[in-house]
Design a protein around this ligand. Structure first.
Ligand code: TXA
Ligand code: MG
Length: 344
C-alpha cells in the first residue's frame, strides 16, 4: 500500500483509481474510502474492505458541477440553489440517478447521493482526475468514522491500495444528507449544514426523517438502520447538572460497576471531576464549543477503545444547530442509552 503526504499524490491516485483500486483520502468531514463510481467491480471492493452490508449505498464525490450530467437525470431548482450556497462543502444531495451509476452502489435504489467536498486534497484529487469517486467513510463498518490518517490505518491497513494523509480533518462528523427528489426536502442525516441554514436558502420548511430504527418500513437512508459510530465499550449519555452527573456516577461505582470506565466532559469540568474520581480516565471535548467537540468526537471514542474502556459516561450537548448533529451521532453510538441524572 502507498501512504503519501499531500504532495504529489495525483498521478498515483489517478492510476490506482483507473485500475479499479481503492484510495483513502481526507475530506473536510471525515476520511473517505474511494473507488471509481462507474466501476462496479472496484466499488464492490469498498464493501469488502469495510465489511459493509451491500444494501447500504455510497456517496459519489465530484469536483465540478458539470460531472453531475453523467450521474443524475435532473437537478431540481432547490438543489441548484443549495449547490450554489453550500458546494464545495459538507452537504450531500440525493438525486435521481442515470444508468451510468451502477445499481450496486445505490443498494438498488433509483437515486444517487452526491457531494462536492471542500477539502483541498479532495478537490485536487477530484478535479485533477475528473473521476467521480464513490466513497463511504474509511472505517471498518460499525466503527467510528476516521478523522485522521491513523484511524484509517488502524481499520484498513492491508485492505486498501493508497492512503493520502492530509492530517486531521476540520469538521469531524459526516455531511448533512438531504433528499431533494420529493415534493418536500427531507434531511436524512443531520450535519454541520443545519436545517435552519437549508431553509434560509430554499425559503421553505424541510422535514427531518423521523425513522427510529423500530418501525417495519426501511429508512430512507439505508445506512441509518445499522448500529453506527460505535466504540467497543458501552457508551452512556448523562443529562443533568454537573452535581447530578457526579452523583449518578458515584452511585454506579458504589453499585460495583467494576468495569474500566472513562468520563467524557469539557475542559472546565476536568479538574473538578478528577477530584471526585481520582484514577479514572477523563477525556475532554474541548472548551464546550460545538465545532471543537465535533472535531474531537470520533477520536475520543477511538481513544476509549485503545484504552480498553468498557463503560464510557459522556456529557451531552444542547440539540440545536450543529449540536443536533453531534447528539445524533452520540445517541447512535450509545444505542440510545441516555440517563436523566436529575431523576435518579
Ligand atoms: O461526510 C460524508 O458524507 C463522508 C465523506 C467521506 O464524504 N461520507 C460518508 O459516507 O459518511 P457513508 O457511506 O459513511 O454514509 C453514507 C450515507 C449512508 O447512511 C447511506 O445509507 C446514505 O448515505 N445514502 C447513500 N446513498 C443514498 C441514497 N441514494 N438514498 C438515501 N441514502 C443514501
Ligand atoms: Mg460511514
Amino acid at each position: 500500500m502507498t501512504i503519501v503526504k499531500t504532495k504529489d499524490f495525483l498521478e498515483d491516485a489517478r492510476r490506482i483509481l483507473s485500475e479499479g483500486g481503492l484510495v483513502a483520502f481526507p475530506t473536510e468531514t471525515v476520511y473517505g474510502l474511494g473507488a471509481d463510481a462507474r466501476n462496479a467491480i472496484a466499488c464492490r471492493r469498498i464493501y469488502e474492505a469495510k465489511g459493509r452490508p451491500s444494501d447500504n449505498p455510497l456517496i459519489v464525490h465530484i469536483g465540478e458541477v458539470e460531472q453531475l450530467e453523467e450521474l443524475v437525470r435532473e437537478i431540481p431548482d432547490k438543489a441548484r440553489k443549495l449547490m450554489d450556497a453550500f458546494w464545495p462543502g459538507p452537504l450531500t444531495l440525493i438525486l435521481k440517478k442515470t444508468d451510468l451509476v451502477p445499481d450496486s452502489i445505490t443498494g438498488g435504489l433509483d437515486t444517487v447521493a452526491v457531494r462536492m467536498p471542500s477539502h483541498p486534497v479532495a478537490r485536487e484529487l477530484l478535479i485533477g482526475t475528473k473521476i467521480p469517486v464513490a466513497a463511504p467513510s474509511a472505517n471498518l463498518s460499525g466503527r467510528p468514522s476516521p478523522t485522521c490518517a491513523k484511524h484509517v490505518l488502524d481499520d484498513l491497513q492491508g485492505r486498501i491500495d493508497m492512503l493520502i494523509d492530509g492530517g486531521p480533518v476540520e469538521i469531524g462528523i459526516e455531511s448533512t444528507i438531504l433528499d431533494v427528489t420529493g415534493e418536500e426536502p427531507v434531511i436524512l442525516r443531520p450535519g454541520h449544514i443545519t436545517k435552519e441554514m437549508i431553509e434560509v436558502v430554499i425559503g421553505e420548511e424541510t422535514e427531518r426523517s423521523n425513522w427510529d430504527g423500530k418501525r417495519e418500513e426501511a429508512p430512507k437512508a439505508p445506512g441509518m438502520k445499522y448500529r453506527h459510530y460505535a466504540p467497543k465499550g458501552t457508551l452512556i449519555l448523562l443529562k443533568g447538572t454537573f452535581d447530578e452527573r457526579v452523583r449518578y456516577v458515584q452511585h454506579e461505582l458504589q453499585r460495583g460497576v467494576s468495569a474500566r470506565i472513562a468520563l467524557l466532559t469539557k475542559d472546565q469540568d476536568m479538574d473538578r471531576l478528577q477530584d471526585y474520581f481520582p484514577g479514572v480516565i477523563i477525556l475532554s471535548y474541548g472548551n464546550g464549543d460545538v465545532d471543537e467537540a465535533s472535531r474531537r468526537l470520533y477520536g475520543l471514542l477511538r481513544q476509549c477503545d485503545d484504552l480498553d474502556i468498557s463503560v464510557i459516561y459522556s456529557s451531552v450537548f444542547a440539540p440545536e444547530g450543529k449540536g443536533f448533529a453531534i447528539m445524533n451521532r452520540l445517541e447512535k453510538a450509545a444505542a440510545c442509552r441516555i440517563v436523566d441524572c436529575s431523576e435518579v
